[in-house]
Design a protein around this ligand. Sequence first.
Ligand SMILES: NC(=O)c1ccc[n+]([C@@H]2O[C@H](COP(=O)([O-])OP(=O)(O)OC[C@H]3O[C@@H](n4cnc5c(N)ncnc54)[C@H](OP(=O)(O)O)[C@@H]3O)[C@@H](O)[C@H]2O)c1
Length: 269
Amino acid sequence: MSDVRISALITGASSGIGAVYADRLAARGYDLILVARRRDRLEALAARLRQDYGRVVEVEPADLRDPEDLARIEALVRSREDIGVLVNNAGLGAGAPSVSADPEAVETLVKINVLALTLLCLAATPRFAARDDGLIINIASIIAVIPSATAAAYSGSKAYVLNFSRSLQSEFAKTNVKVQVVLPGPVRTEFFGDRPPPFPDHLFMSPETLVDVAFRALDQGEMVCWPTLHDPQAWTSFDEARRALSKAVSQDAVPPERYGLAAPIESVT
Ligand SMILES: NC(=O)c1ccc[n+]([C@@H]2O[C@H](COP(=O)([O-])OP(=O)(O)OC[C@H]3O[C@@H](n4cnc5c(N)ncnc54)[C@H](OP(=O)(O)O)[C@@H]3O)[C@@H](O)[C@H]2O)c1
């Protein structure tokens, strides 16, 4: 890195994956802006990172459910010239079948996993595009490609993160603005709270390994990172199938024969 100080803003930096991103980005020479609700956790992490890496570390306690707090963080991302990296990591699950899901919990999930991530990206991209530089890392999940009978909103929110991030990748394909989407499997963090973990222990990766893998992937130019995928061809095949499907559904406006509407019905309006 050059002498110019570049800051990374990390949401959900008070625990788990976000706290490790903070550590690894400080080690890579970035100053930091740490965002989450628990100020005490952020302050403690900031103190350690200042001591370990000698970086400038600011804390910005914010509840990203709250429109005013979110607007404040958006304004920061939009206006601070030094912010060159945005890590959208804050996120939560609301595991329950739709018939018993708590609508308030699901609303919170959508606000954090989808809305906050989206608005923070929209706050970053105009400045990143203008100076043709910048990095966004969005944390999705393997559940992005796994419809779930017991976590529909969580699955849907992470599918959104995958598609939204890939769309940004297309938008900035010919620029130096980079967007990486990371799709972890189970990670040993506070994510599951007091609930018993829904997977056997051997399926859990440590957050340190997860973030180190994601940075290795980033350094190798892998912008869709599956930290537990051993055969990269599986993703390539999936993506090729997606491309073939998108071609197959965009050839004409004629209903297929199986629906028995031989000729398209012309609109009368
Ligand atoms: N752990 C897994 O198995 C797993 C697997 C795949 C993907 N992920 C994804 O990884 C990301 C990080 O999760 P984690 O595993 O590290 O869990 P975690 O330890 O529970 O961390 C979640 C972070 O999000 C923050 N957050 C939650 N609600 C917030 C709010 N209203 N406003 C601001 N910040 C808020 C929390 O901070 P405060 O509570 O201090 O606000 C915390 O720092 C999430 O997007 C999650 O979906 C996790």
